[in-house]
Write a protein that binds this ligand. Structure first.
Ligand code: 8X3
Length: 260
């Protein structure tokens, strides 16, 4: 926790799910001695989070900003316009991502293909490229990329989502190799099923289908992943938790889910 004190953490997709929970875990672990840059499309949600943080952790500094990572020309300006005290980013959490639909190849809407690639792959790459010079300049910093079990094992109905997450993993591994002569850490997190808005988005708001994903299981929650991210980024500088697959105890693969 001491290692986190005074750090600046930039989280994309921070308005809900793993992004929001990770912010909360950083606040807890640092006892409010942290600076958070919370970016998402839904500014009203970020404002609510900021208001709550002001009450719960008065020492924390929070900057919120509207950012759609698919609007790739807005990423640099977003960073350039950060208030001075938030400019020296220490930890980047590339969390923004989504699955859209479960259609099979031949029936996938172009807007879903592009939606997933634009957010999960191009957005993540562009944000990383924009932040990396800050890390290189000080020869320090953590890049945390949210991939998925879907980036290790593809499954039917997930061709595009799985392809995007495989792309994230390849990008992340290349990046770690390129930075091997630096103190910049590249951390890849691969969650399995985590109960968030993820399934509501994947099933286009069909709550029954979304619920079924987690039915009769004890799923992971966003906080569990946030807790791990805090753990990974608060290790000794020389320790890189490079690549981690995280399941609930009920899950062993995309196909092995125990519903007792
Ligand atoms: C995790 C969700 O459906 O690939 O990204 O297990 S899933």
């Amino acid at each position: 926790a001491e290692r986190l004190a005074g750090k600046t953490v930039f989280i994309t997709g921070a308005s809900a799910g793993i992004g929001q929970a990770t912010a909360k875990e950083y606040l807890d672990a640092s006892n409010g001695h942290i600076k958070l840059i919370l970016a998402a499309r839904r500014l009203e949600k970020l404002q609510q989070i900021k208001d709550q943080v002001a009450k719960d952790y008065p020492t924390a500094q929070v900057h919120i900003g509207k950012l759609d990572v698919t609007a790739i020309d807005t990423i640099k300006p977003f960073l350039d316009k950060l208030p001075k005290e938030f400019q020296d980013i220490d930890i980047l959490i590339n969390n923004a991502g989504k699955a859209l639909g479960t259609e099979k190849v031949g029936n996938i809407a172009d807007k879903d293909i592009e939606g997933m690639f634009n957010t999960n792959v191009l957005g993540l790459i562009k944000v990383t490229q924009a932040v990396l010079p800050i890390f290189k300049k000080k020869n320090a910093g953590d890049v945390v990329n949210l991939a998925s079990v879907a980036g290790r094992e593809p499954y039917p109905g997930g061709s595009i989502y799985c392809a995007t997450k495989h792309a994230v993993k390849a990008f992340t591994e290349s990046l770690r190799m390129e930075l091997v002569d630096t103190k910049i850490r590249v951390i890849c997190v691969d969650p399995g099923n985590v109960e968030t808005e993820f399934s509501m988005v994947r099933f286009r708001g069909d709550a029954d289908k979304a619920k079924k994903v987690y039915e009769n299981t004890k799923p992971l929650y966003a906080e569990d992943i946030g807790d791990f991210i805090v753990y990974a980024t608060s290790r000794d500088q020389n320790t890189v938790i490079a690549d981690t697959l995280i399941f609930s105890s009920n899950q062993a693969s995309p196909y092995h889910i125990y519903r007792g």
